[in-house]
Write a protein that binds this ligand. Structure first.
Ligand code: ZN
Length: 253
């Protein structure tokens, strides 16, 4: 008999299969994003029923197969089932999950992506922070993990910290003197940030996990941050996520 493996992870996607089965995608710390077959998981009394619900976080024991894994058992640590009761929260979390799927694949460990998704879903469930702010934090921190960052702490060229204008095409902050000398700033639309907004971005980039979602900002700063992330992703993440369409609907309400 083949040996089983045990991984820590979260159910990123779940779909029905045949009459009683489920196919799931698990974002695991050890093996990246893997696909697994959960036999009988849709039978009401199945031991695999609860642990294969969307966003369940825990440990999973699997048989490695030729092109997929077979789920033997799961031990639930945190269940995010409540999210399904709140349409807006569910839309945001689906978007977070889709982004995590985009950046992960099988065989490449994804411990930071998993941790980020876990603390983010917890923040959504606690409901203390507004969802648009959660989104900004998640997006920026994910881009940091994936190595798609711009310089947000000092002028790219001279290192001065007395600077608040971001040139995305140059790769970050530039002071007026360096911006005048930099060729990439020609015809550019720089983003002017207030000191509160810039400080918030720096905080998001350096915060430890436990404090990442433990602050608030004014509506004005949130507008700045949202605008910044939109421009930022527009330039550095050339992908249209399906779940974004639902977020746009929510924002129009
Ligand atoms: Zn400079």
């Amino acid at each position: 008999m083949r040996e089983t493996i045990t991984v820590t992870g979260m159910i990123l996607q779940t779909s029905p299969l045949k009459e009683y089965d489920r196919r799931v995608e698990i974002l695991t710390r050890e093996r990246g994003r893997i696909s697994a077959f959960a036999q009988g998981a849709r039978r009401p009394n199945s031991a695999l029923s609860a642990c294969t619900i969307l966003f369940t976080f825990g440990t999973f024991t699997l048989y490695p197969g030729r092109d997929s894994y077979r789920l033997q058992s799961g031990s639930i640590q945190t269940q995010f089932g409540e999210l399904a009761q709140d349409y807006d929260a569910l839309c945001y979390c689906s978007y977070f999950g889709e982004m995590a799927r985009y950046f992960t694949r099988e065989g490449v460990e994804a411990s930071r992506e998993l941790m980020l998704l876990y603390v983010t879903l917890r923040a959504v469930m606690h409901g203390k922070m507004t969802l648009p702010l959660v989104r900004v934090i998640y997006e920026l921190r994910l881009m940091l993990i994936e190595g798609e960052m711009v310089e947000l702490f000092q002028c790219l060229h001279c290192g001065t910290k007395e600077v608040n204008t971001v040139y995305l095409q140059a790769g970050g902050l530039l002071c007026p003197a360096c911006a005048a000398k930099d060729k990439t700033t020609k015809d550019a639309y720089p983003i002017q940030l207030s000191s509160d907004a810039l400080y918030t971005l720096q905080y998001i980039l350096t915060s430890e996990w436990s404090k990442l979602y433990a602050f608030g900002v004014s509506e004005e700063v949130l507008r700045e941050l949202t605008h910044f992330m939109k421009r930022y992703l527009g330039r550095y993440l050339p992908h249209q996520f399906k779940s974004e369409a639902f977020l746009k609907q929510i924002l129009r309400k």
